[in-house]
Design a protein around this ligand. Structure first.
Ligand code: ADP
Length: 494
């Protein structure tokens, strides 16, 4: 595993060199002999040694000169002086000059080996200590380098970074955060989050993360407004070494430009939709005049063609109306006239309006009303909820299907369910069906016309009335949409 300890034996007496070689090689050391000081220095110039056994009196160059040379050039090599009884004093002097120990000739083997072993241990301990120190210095250097790299990266990021501790104090932030928060004064970490942020929803999110209430979501994404800027804030828990939550990390991205683009797109769609609606309505009107024979009798084929054209115009007008509704919902201008509203009456009216088309499709449409209560709502918009949900339920049900609409008062809410026995919706599609323009691609529903805007409108209307909507579905069994709308307290009707 480790290399052998190399011992340089410097003695002019061959018998000593040979004796040392024999004893030390037998103990696993590697021995390099040198017959005088100069040869020893030559050896050290060519290779490293771990220990020197050094005679003092030698021709050409004596031990004291080697000691001096080693002290200057290799101070960490332990040197054991080999001395006769007559030169013990000199050996002691040598120890003062840096020699590790001395042994007297003739050697007591045990004593000799003990001294060599101790010197070898000292050498190895010193080398390990040196290694540790070097590693330590390297690690510290790496750590500092890593820290400064990380700091540079965070400071150069265009997105804001904010790390808080459990007391909601900001313990790390970057310049981008201050820029996005529109804060010009310099702030020293740590400082309470409310010094730079007054968005209650984000503060609530961070509290929720700290309380470990967001365990199933890895991060929470939300939009906040800081005045001039719209920011997307993505927050996640910061975990300690034992996995406990020690704070939060939030990355904030400026989405103001996207919001402006979105607004421009909505305005554009709005404008186009408005511009298209009047001429289309006029064309439809003229088609009706023609079909009614008010401009003279028409051939059967002409009637068929005009009828097809009218249907296409109706589909286009539906699309335009949906687009305008979505634009209104997004602009927050959708629900403007709220009055005490009787949901039961709206359901009865809507069902009776749709009865004919349901029957035509072979779908049985019925409703049940129970414990009805009034809601504060815009009746026209509420009708739109039922229009869309019942139309979908009828459309996505096969011949012989059943659609049931139920409404009942449940404490502070009216619960409205539109239940069908239709094609159902696959679990992976459910989160997407409320998105604008999203339509499930399914061979069975390929021929059903639609814009993919209906459920986006329904969700918008429900939320504008402070309600909720959810859906349960099983493929090929059916779907139930469940809407909860808050009732007017203590204003019951039957
Ligand atoms: P569309 O105009 O396509 O009906 P919607 O927004 O109303 O648009 O619905 C989105 C999609 O959700 C539909 O394309 C359809 O695939 C699915 N969907 C909606 N209601 C039902 C239902 N009752 N049964 C099965 N699928 C439905």
């Amino acid at each position: 595993m480790s290399e052998k300890t190399k011992i340089l034996v410097v003695d002019d007496e061959k018998v000593v060199r040979d004796g040392c070689r024999r004893v030390l090689t037998g103990k696993g050391y590697e021995v390099i002999p040198a017959e005088n000081g100069q040869s020893a220095i030559d050896v050290m110039a060519k290779q490293s040694v771990d220990m020197i056994l050094l005679d003092l009196k030698m021709p050409v160059m004596g031990g004291e000169e080697v000691l001096e040379f080693t002290g200057k050039n290799h101070p960490d090599i332990p040197i054991i002086i080999i001395t006769g009884h007559g030169t013990v004093d000199t050996a002691v002097e040598c120890m003062k000059k840096g020699a590790y120990d001395f042994i007297t000739k003739p050697f007591q083997i045990d004593q000799f080996l003990l001294t060599v072993t101790r010197a070898a241990e000292k050498r190895s301990l010193e080398q390990r200590a040196k290694q540790f120190e070097e590693e330590n210095v390297r690690n510290l250097y790496d750590l500092n380098l890593e820290k400064s790299r990380l700091k540079t990266m965070i400071n150069c990021m265009g997105n804001g970074v904010m790390v808080t501790n459990r007391n909601l104090e900001v313990v790390l932030h970057n310049p981008a955060l201050m820029r996005l928060m529109e804060i010009s004064k310099a702030v020293q970490n740590p400082f309470h989050i409310t010094e730079i942020l007054n968005d209650e929803s984000l503060i609530a999110t961070l509290k929720q993360i700290q309380a470990g209430e967001s365990a199933d979501a890895e991060y929470i994404s939300q939009e906040i407004n800081t005045g001039r800027n719209f920011l997307r804030a993505i927050s996640a828990p910061a975990s300690g070494p034992d996995g406990s939550i020690v704070g939060t990390v939030t990355v904030l991205e400026d989405v103001t430009a996207f919001k402006q683009l979105d607004r421009m797109k909505t305005d554009f769609v709005n404008m186009v939709a408005h511009e298209l609606r009047s001429p289309l309505a006029a064309i439809k009107q003229q088609n009706c005049v023609l079909l009614d024979g008010l401009c003279g009798p028409l051939e059967e084929k002409q009637c068929v063609m005009l009828g097809r054209g009218s249907k296409k115009i109706d589909a286009l007008l539906d699309l335009i109306n949906d687009l305008l509704e979505v634009a209104k919902i997004e602009a927050g201008k959708y629900v403007q006239h709220q009055v005490p509203t009787d949901v039961g009456r709206i359901i009865k009216e809507t069902v009776s309006l749709m009865q004919a088309s349901a029957t035509e499709k072979g779908v049985a449409l019925s409703f049940f009303l129970e414990n009805l209560k009034q809601i504060q709502a815009d009746p026209k918009r509420i009708q739109e909820i039922f229009n869309n949900l019942i139309t979908n339920a009828v459309n996505y049900s096969p011949d012989g299907g059943k659609v049931t609409v139920t409404a009942r008062g449940l404490g502070e809410y009216m619960e409205i369910k539109v239940q069908d026995t239709g094609v159902g919706i696959a679990p992976e599609e459910i989160p997407k069906i409320f998105d604008k323009f999203y339509r499930v691609k399914h061979p069975k529903t390929r021929k059903i016309m639609g814009t993919g805007l209906g459920l986006a409108i329904v969700k918008g209307v429900v939320e504008a009335h402070h309600g909720t909507i959810d859906v349960e579905s099983q493929v090929d069994k059916g779907t139930t949409f469940r809407v909860l709308l808050p009732v007017i307290q203590q204003a019951a009707c039957d």
